[in-house]
Write a protein that binds this ligand. Structure first.
Ligand SMILES: NC(=O)c1ccc[n+]([C@@H]2O[C@H](COP(=O)([O-])OP(=O)(O)OC[C@H]3O[C@@H](n4cnc5c(N)ncnc54)[C@H](O)[C@@H]3O)[C@@H](O)[C@H]2O)c1
Length: 395
């Protein structure tokens, strides 16, 4: 299969290119190298050093014997995107090319506006380019479980049956996002679903849980994927592991009773591959909830502490005030059967995966320690007045 990956330089995109290539698929990819710039803007680095895109492409060739056709472009450059898609003629397009950070989107108006424009406009550009140049290709677009929020009922996979005033219908399950970033993902999902209805595109919309884990093939460090730990771009588990490795307390936000769906990077690769190798039908808009475990943030902190201790690293937990506006005690029971029905078999359990990640991080302890000041939360979800007051209280 010819697979076009938008966002191929990212945390998920780079391993996905390798994983699909190892299964015999032909890969092309685009990226505007924005993630590297955002993390630098926040004064941080990837804990695992990453190679330049040129070095990555050389390593890809050395490892697979195949070349990855890469184009440096922004999805919002619609004409250039169209030319690139037309030249590659993909069977499938994986859309990962968005800004994935809730805290980054909550910094101020400029960041909220950037994240929404980048994500919504980039996705629209991709939809129009697909309509023009590869209308038969299967689109696998990444959404997030955060689109649903935390309703006081179970969460189905995208749609549910509703009865209202004696009539029944199958409708999109309500979205109740909790950051400007998450709202951008909701808008994308709506636009993708509309394009599918309008133009008959084949779409899998993946509501993905929080992804954790490292990707460090021992054969060649140029194949490693990034692993961020700063407050904006580090997901909770990755941040906790970095804290443990440098001997800092692990800091769940608030009471730690917030539950979230999670999966490892290896499981995310497996799920995305299943979605690609079992495509949606033309005109079908299907939604998969992609997660393996539902765990509270407090329990996650304990799992990381225990994984570190098993490796001889003494770690402790010290909760901090929650900078986010979110329900802390809530019901959380999302469905996630569709990928299992396609054959998803979770790989290593979370404790094994955490030990593996901590092992991969230990050689980079100094690098994490040098940027440890970027770990604590400074971006707050509060109204402006409260924000000013709490900022003034900080040292
Ligand atoms: N990592 C997670 O835990 C997680 C969880 C749920 C959903 N997702 C979603 O998965 C996708 C990929 O996430 P990730 O963690 O790999 O993020 P990432 O930031 O590492 O990767 C995204 C890549 O896309 C590129 N990009 C962004 N905007 C672009 C644009 N306009 N044009 C071209 N390239 C652009 C970035 O430079 C980056 O390399 C995102 O859509 C994200 O919302 C991620």
């Amino acid at each position: 299969m010819r697979v076009f990956i938008a966002g191929v330089d990212g945390y998920l995109g780079w391993p996905l290119a390798q994983h699909l290539s190892a299964r015999g698929h032909e890969i092309a990819g685009v990226d505007a190298m924005l993630r590297r710039a955002w993390v630098a803007e926040r004064g941080s680095v990837s804990a695992v050093p990453i190679a330049s895109i040129g070095e990555r492409l050389a390593a890809f060739r050395d490892a697979s014997g195949a070349s990855l056709s890469f184009t440096h472009l922004d999805l919002r450059d619609q004409p250039k995107l169209g030319e690139t898609l037309a030249a590659f003629a993909p069977d499938a397009v994986v859309h990962l090319a968005e800004c994935p950070s809730a805290p980054y989107s909550m910094i101020d108006f400029e960041h909220a506006d950037f994240v929404q424009t980048n994500n919504v406009s980039g996705t629209l550009g991709l939809l129009f380019a697909m309509r023009e140049h590869c209308p038969d290709a299967h689109l696998v677009k990444l959404g997030t479980m955060g689109e649903y929020g935390t309703p006081d009922m179970d969460i189905p996979e995208g749609f549910f049956e509703v009865e209202f005033r004696g009539r029944r219908d199958r409708l999109p399950f309500p979205r109740q996002a909790g950051s400007w970033y998450h709202w951008s993902k909701v808008f994308d999902s709506q636009n993708v679903s509309f394009a599918c209805r309008l133009w008959g595109l084949a779409v899998t919309d993946v509501m993905q849980g929080i992804v954790y884990g490292s990707w460090c093939p021992p054969s060649d460090p140029r194949l490693s994927s990034r692993l961020d730990f700063d407050e904006a771009f580090g997901t909770s588990v990755n941040r906790f592991c970095c804290q443990a490795v440098i001997g800092h307390p692990i800091t769940p936000y608030g009471s730690g009773t917030q539950s979230r769906g999670l999966l490892s990077l290896a499981d995310s690769m497996q799920c995305l591959t299943l979605a690609l190798e079992h495509p949606a039908a033309p005109g079908e808009y299907r939604v998969f909830n992609q997660l393996r475990d539902v765990v509270s943030i407090g329990r996650l902190a304990e799992l990381v502490r225990d994984a570190a201790r098993a490796l001889g690293i003494s770690a402790r937990i010290a909760p901090v005030d929650n900078p986010r506006a979110e329900a802390e005690a809530h019901h959380y029971n999302p469905d996630s059967n569709k990928l299992r029905e396609l054959g998803f078999r979770p790989s290593a359990p979370i404790d094994v995966e955490l030990r593996r990640m901590i092992d991969d991080l230990v050689p980079h302890t100094d690098r994490v320690r040098a940027h440890a000041h970027r770990l604590p939360p400074t971006v707050r979800w509060e109204p402006a007045a409260a924000c000013t007051a709490s900022a003034a209280e900080e040292p």
